[in-house]
Write a protein that binds this ligand. Sequence first.
Ligand SMILES: Cc1cc2nc3c(=O)[nH]c(=O)nc-3n(C[C@H](O)[C@H](O)[C@H](O)COP(=O)(O)OP(=O)(O)OC[C@H]3O[C@@H](n4cnc5c(N)ncnc54)[C@H](O)[C@@H]3O)c2cc1C
Length: 374
Amino acid sequence: MNSYDIAIVGAGIVGSACAYECSKRGMRVVLVDREMVGSGATAAGMGHIVVMDDSEAQFALTRYSQRLWQQMRPELPDDVEYDECGTIWVAADDEEMQEVERKRAYYAARGVATQILGPGALRELEPNLRAGMKGGLLVPEDGVLYPPCAARFLMERAQERGAETRLGDKVVGMGGERVLLEGDSEIRASFILNASGASAPELTTGLDIKKRKGHLVITDRYPQFVRHQLVELGYLKSAHSTVSDSVAFNVQPRRTGQILIGSSRQYGAEHKEVDHEILARMLRRAQEYMPGLGAMSAIRTWTGFRAATPDKLPLIGPMASDKSVWLATGHEGLGITTSLGTARILVDQMTGARTEIPSEPYLPSRVGKEHAHA
Ligand SMILES: Cc1cc2nc3c(=O)[nH]c(=O)nc-3n(C[C@H](O)[C@H](O)[C@H](O)COP(=O)(O)OP(=O)(O)OC[C@H]3O[C@@H](n4cnc5c(N)ncnc54)[C@H](O)[C@@H]3O)c2cc1C
């Protein structure tokens, strides 16, 4: 008999959410990470809990997950800083106002409340946006949280139900109901979960996951300067590009009064160092939308790596080639939002329960060329 029902590799927000859900269902869990809880992309992420509509499957997973965050809200400790501040998708021109209309209709048809803002209403809600914006779409149920503390909270809940953690242990292989650790020891479990984010292809060969680098800047405290998560509608165009580097206006109010400024997307940049050219482009873009940001002092800049799949959907489910190996990775820029939905779908599949939303769009078998190695 294996020592554990499941060994989870990766204690980011996705692995932590899976540990939480597995332990809740009575499974014997061990979670392994070469670093700390919430130290990978989770520490770098913005923490925007957002419903997105690039595809029906993306909408379903983001909306499902957002609802799970809302349900969990009464339990979340203060340091998770969950705040339902809403998103405003900012329209700079008439073409983007058409996109506002399309988005409103799409969300309305699926039960998501929104409000169209004209120039006056937008200015009233966000007086520090540049004058001359055409309007925007307010999505009031979207929120923000502080990802590393959210991951730690999920992990602690799992530990209270008996989950074990092995931090500082590097995994060098997985498969055949075994996780191999550097230094030759191994963990045996009936299910092995690769939740190692952008590092997942290093442990499971054949995964089509690319690192997509992002930069963020955080300012000193300027309370009420920004009140909602503000995202330019042009973001949709730039986030879709699979070839070029892109930047977009994307700012977030933190509970501390600080402003988190994003964001950039780059393929092929594998080093963690700040790229000053793309950072300057990103900040210029932010100032085009909010000129006052130029006078603020930034206190920290950092980078992180999103795990990007070709169809922009995560991989959640079993591998075809080794039934003991499962995946929960490839969440690109939405893994904070979709961690809770991912965990539910995964454990429903493992236990043979009916998933609350269709799981097929996220199954690893949709890409069909993976195989494991021990
Ligand atoms: C700049 C930026 C902004 C973002 N903004 C948002 C946002 O606003 N909203 C949102 O929903 N998402 C956002 N994201 C995406 C989000 O941060 C990620 O999708 C999410 O954090 C992925 O979580 P994860 O647990 O899969 O991976 P990670 O957090 O990367 O965790 C993987 C873990 O695996 C461990 N690991 C890797 N290899 C090994 C090994 N061999 N042995 C042992 N351990 C290993 C790592 O140490 C790490 O702790 C953003 C990402 C970036 C980079």
